[in-house]
Design a protein around this ligand. Structure first.
Ligand SMILES: [Zn+2]
Length: 249
């Protein structure tokens, strides 16, 4: 570290006395940089947070959002609707729309699927998604269809959606989100053969830019037999069509 702030923080880290530093957020950024830990909008950084840290980070973000409102020339002292907005925004980012960055992975206990009557069919789960684009922080909403051919273990059905939502509640790109969900489902289930299909609308296209209200984006990630075997691939998309007829969007 060559800059002044970095040197000071490094010294504090050496002393273990970072509580002297005014902003916890600065110290955590310093630590992640030191460890070469990536902390992009779509990355989970829960391993760097201790109990109580989130509350302190919300306080620090509130201060920063107050400055943003001031710079936007919004009278947050007198406008009753804008009075608590900075704190509401800070809480919303940490606890809701970006919660998947700060929360540890959902507990997805796996159950054995290795007895004589093991389930060998395809499983397709439809998960509601709420996400946010990294570029403009606009909402992304849609559904993910997660298909797997179970390996020797199974996870509870609600866990697919929990994992998908944990990946989604960050700043994302739909293409990356699709990959992230596939990777995390693969990790949790050990399945080699799986597919993730996402269909979503983007606030980015609806509320700004091209203002196209009916735009819909589809992304697909296929692994193993979902990719290589046309029969499996067809079965996956047939399942999606059946689910869409049942619960259209
Ligand atoms: Zn965007």
């Amino acid at each position: 570290m060559t800059n002044k702030n970095g040197t000071a923080l490094e010294a504090m880290a050496g002393d273990g006395g970072y509580k002297e530093e005014k902003y916890l957020g600065n110290y955590l950024r310093f630590k992640m940089k030191r460890d070469n830990k990536r902390f992009w909008a779509g990355d989970n950084i829960s391993e760097y947070l201790k109990e109580g840290d989130k509350e302190r980070l919300i306080d620090e973000a509130t201060e920063a959002f107050e400055l943003v409102l001031d710079r936007l020339l919004i009278d947050r002292d007198n406008d009753p609707n804008s009075k608590g907005t900075a704190r509401r925004l800070a809480k919303m980012y940490f606890n809701e729309i970006m919660a998947g960055r700060y929360e540890t992975p959902p507990d997805a206990t796996a159950f054995p699927n290795d007895s004589a009557d093991r389930y060998e069919g395809m499983l397709v789960v439809r998960s509601e998604l709420r996400s946010m684009c990294s570029h403009h922080h606009q909402p992304v909403s849609g559904v993910a269809y997660i298909g797997i051919i179970a390996s020797s273990k199974l996870i509870g059905l609600s866990k697919y959606t929990r994992i998908a939502q944990w990946c989604a509640r960050r700043g994302t790109l739909q293409e990356e989100l699709c990959n992230d969900i596939a990777r995390e489902i693969q990790k949790a289930t050990g399945a080699e053969n799986l597919g993730v299909y996402i269909q979503a609308t983007h606030g980015c296209c609806e509320n700004r830019g091209i203002m196209a209200h009916s735009s819909l984006t589809q992304t697909t990630v296929l692994k193993g037999s979902f990719k290589d075997d046309p029969g499996t691939k067809k079965e996956f998309f047939d399942n999606i069509k059946m689910q869409q007829e049942f619960a259209p969007r």
